[in-house]
Design a protein around this ligand. Structure first.
Ligand code: 5GP
Length: 175
């Protein structure tokens, strides 16, 4: 599949995304009640969402970045998660919030949650994804928080790419 800018249809515009981030951040602010959080942003896709979301969070917060890949240049998951770069500080006894762009098969989310539980005794672990593609799930995992539920569409924009393009679009779109 090839995706051209002029073929893209907007699924969620800037205003809808902004409002959704306000809703999500209000829930997170209520949950953590001023306790320190270590946010873990899964690169590259979640970088725009994470940077907008954390600016609405009011607790003391540190951010870490990890890099995983499961798609390569295709529009379907390879079914295998590659840990490209996972260097994390000591997360023992910390409130950890994983920030993802989208949960699709769920393999990446499961990999990350298992990885953190295997390596640390965290105080709490929550998973927040902007998008949730429930229909394509292959493993049993649900984000604790998500912005929008979408059906089986390949989406781009607002951090999400097609072969490394379109991450800079301020909206989320599909072909
Ligand atoms: P999963 O491991 O849940 O199958 O996939 C998670 C990763 O696949 C996401 O973090 C994202 O990078 C990529 N992905 C899944 N669905 C889409 C999509 O519709 N568009 C784009 N651009 N990436 C997607």
């Amino acid at each position: 599949m090839d995706i051209k800018l002029e073929e893209l249809k907007i699924l969620f515009d800037e205003k809808q995304i902004r409002e959704k981030i306000k809703e999500l951040s209000a829930k997170l602010n209520k949950l953590y009640k001023g306790e320190e959080v270590i946010a873990i942003c899964a690169l590259k896709g979640a970088v725009i969402f994470a940077s907008d979301l954390i600016r609405e969070l009011n607790m003391p917060l540190r951010i870490e970045f990890i890099r995983l890949s499961s798609y390569g240049s295709s529009t379907k998951s390879s079914g295998k998660v590659n840990a490209v770069d996972i260097k994390l500080p000591d997360l023992n006894e910390k409130n950890v919030l994983i920030i993802e762009d989208i949960v699709d098969t769920g393999l990446t989310a499961k990999f990350l949650v298992d990885f953190i539980h295997m390596n640390f005794h965290v105080k709490s672990l929550k998973f927040c994804s902007l998008l949730d593609k429930k229909v394509t799930r292959k493993v049993e995992i649900e984000p604790d928080f998500y912005g929008f539920d979408i059906d089986d569409k390949f989406v781009v924009g607002y951090g999400l790419d097609y072969d490394e393009h379109y991450r800079n679009l301020p909206y989320i779109a599909y072909k």
